[in-house]
Design a protein around this ligand. Structure first.
Ligand code: NAD
Ligand code: ZN
Length: 347
């Protein structure tokens, strides 16, 4: 079968012919419906190096945001029907520790002993015709279209987790949120904020077409520029924003967040660009929190799917065939996409 392989640090992936995998005990073989191209993959093949550690080291098949139909059951798997559509929860922890037992494999206590982080992150992922995954990681899609749903497992789940942790700042009337960076994750963040909070949602991106898409989802956009901080403060009655979500993570976007957050507000940096920032007693408003987050939990993925099936979320998907998979990464890299590129190996 064909697969998109990450073969060496600082090297663009290639499409190679590999053997179709067999599901081990407790695993299933998924026939891939959709595999999303995430900007984290660009970081993996362009920004990261051996300092990231053995768990992310090449070679493996990319694709950590996957959906598909069950093709084959490994030994001991019950309660799953062949042909049914599922999302794959990417992170794979030990499955036994306190974090994994609440479906939070991202923060597995035994992560250091695991050979990989997730499907598509150290272990073969879904940019291929087939992928194996532990049955525990499957979240049922029912009759929902699995191709359109594929982005939910990262572009949906990651902002959902960040927003849920910020809900204490957003509960009640008159609250405000700001989304910085309106790509695959940021556009979903606008939709999730609209679906599960009553907050007024502000949004910004360098690309006018990305801001237009966010406006269609109900956001009020504020273009970058010297007066951006002043305009956001004015829009929020001089108070600043209750919850800021930064899907870029470079020094200027974190600084923007620090300048517009209100007293007792919260900044969540999700983008992995690694931009440094400074903090001292006087630099942020009183009791404003600054944190980061990583992906989400299995339980939250069920909640994201419930929102999707209720018609509250609609990922903007651009489809690519398996042969066009490298174009998906090129277009993502070059900033040519709006929403999410999804590779559909069986379309
Ligand atoms: P994307 O390329 O689809 O979107 C990024 C968007 O940010 C683009 O629309 C781009 O125009 C915009 N942007 C870039 N620089 C900007 C700036 N200075 N000001 C405003 N907007 C700017 O990327 P994505 O797949 O949505 O991923 C977003 C980030 O989240 C990446 O850093 C990715 O690695 C990270 N990520 C983190 C997690 C996590 O668990 N923390 C999970 C998935 C992705
Ligand atoms: Zn990702």
């Amino acid at each position: 079968m064909k697969a998109v392989r990450f073969t060496a640090w600082k090297t663009f992936p290639t499409i190679e012919e590999v053997a179709r995998p067999k599901p081990g005990p407790g695993e299933v073989l998924l026939k891939i419906a959709g595999a999303g191209a995430c900007h984290s993959d660009v970081a993996i093949f362009e920004q990261f190096d051996e300092n990231m550690g053995a768990q992310l080291a090449p070679s493996y098949t990319l694709g950590h945001e996957n959906s598909g139909w069950v093709e084959e059951l490994g030994e001991g798997v019950t309660g799953i029907e062949l042909g049914d559509a599922y999302l794959s929860y990417g992170p794979i922890g030990c499955g036994q520790c306190p974090a994994c037992s609440r479906g939070q494999d991202t923060y597995c206590h035994n992560a250091a002993q695991q050979p990989y982080l997730a499907t598509g992150l150290g272990r073969d992922g879904g940019m291929a015709e087939y992928m194996t995954v532990p049955a525990r990681n499957l979240v049922p899609l029912g009759d929902a279209d699995p191709v359109a749903a594929a982005p939910l497992s990262d572009a949906g789940l990651t902002p959902y987790h960040a927003i849920k942790l910020s809900l204490p700042k957003l509960a009640g009337g008159g609250k405000t949120a700001l989304v910085i960076g309106l790509g695959g994750l940021g556009q979903m963040a606008v939709q999730i904020l609209t679906a599960i909070t009553g907050a007024k949602v502000y949004a910004t991106d360098m690309k006018p077409e990305a801001m237009a898409e966010a406006e269609r989802a109900g956001a009020i956009t504020v273009a970058s520029g010297d007066d951006q901080v002043a305009r956001i403060r004015e829009l929020t009655g001089g108070q600043g924003v209750d919850a800021v979500f930064d899907f870029v993570g470079i020094s200027p976007t974190i600084k923007l967040a620090q300048q517009v957050v209100r007293r007792q507000g919260r900044i969540t940096v999700v983008g992995v660009a690694g931009g440094p920032t400074s903090w001292d007693f006087f630099s942020n408003p009183y009791e404003a929190e600054l944190t980061n987050t990583y992906w989400g939990t299995i339980e939250e993925l069920y909640e994201v799917v419930a929102l999707y099936r209720a018609g509250k979320l609609s990922p903007n998907v651009t489809r690519y065939t398996m042969d066009q998979a490298l174009d998906a990464y090129r277009d993502l890299h070059d900033g040519k996409l709006s929403g999410r590129a999804v590779v559909t190996p069986h379309a």
